[in-house]
Design a binder for this molecule. Sequence first.
Ligand SMILES: [Zn+2]
Length: 266
Amino acid sequence: MNELIEKITAPNGGVFTGNGTNTYLLGKEDLTLIDPGPKNDEHIDEIIQFGDGKIKRILVTHTHKDHSPAALPISKILDVPMHGRLVDGESEWEDETFVPDKVLNHGDLIETNEYSIEVVHTPGHASNHLCFYLKEQKCLLTGDHIMDGSTVVIAPPDGKMRDYLESLELLKNYDVEYFAPGHGNFMDNPEKTIDSITRHRLAREAKVLRNLEKHGSQKIDDLLKHVYSDVPEVLFPIAKMSLLAHLIKLIEDKKVNCEEDIYSSS
Ligand SMILES: [Zn+2]
């Protein structure tokens, strides 16, 4: 089903990265490299060998350190341009080495004789996050917007829950048969996947509200224990970021108040 797509997984598996970051090569003779991954010599060599002199451009979904640091060395070695965006504000996981030769905007098209890629701006996980729609295969490369097998981290201030939910809804405008995620395996049933992620997030948001109503005002660490009791404690530092993203959205929605780090329902 994916004759124009090759996947090479980087050897950087871990809590945040699953089996490792997926690097994709699109095309047959005119290759587009998507998310070259971490700056790992073995991985970079593999990409260059696989590309066989045919890589023409590098695209990155976003600039977290597991997705873009290999872009600059590969761009130098092969003398090809880097395409992507920079974040709006600050984020502690930024790969500072990535500076796009061409800034990609929502709706941009990258056209070759073999295929075309439409750029879809999907802020939420990161303000500069892009998905890439490969029309010929009805495939959407989702980066960290949608991951296979793990929940996407929404870490404020660059990560925003409201943007994330809107960016999920946006994907329904595209005729997609399957996702090629930044981590994990290809995913069928795009619409079902989108709906289940949205439901999961809204259920968590409702749980935050219910908990504040039931147990009264709380600090974020107490709220974390109540609201994420289903999550192993080792994942609490990650869950805390997403909880903060939920709370920020709820404050904007005027459903929650925050005074001196104490949250309460309003
Ligand atoms: Zn990321």
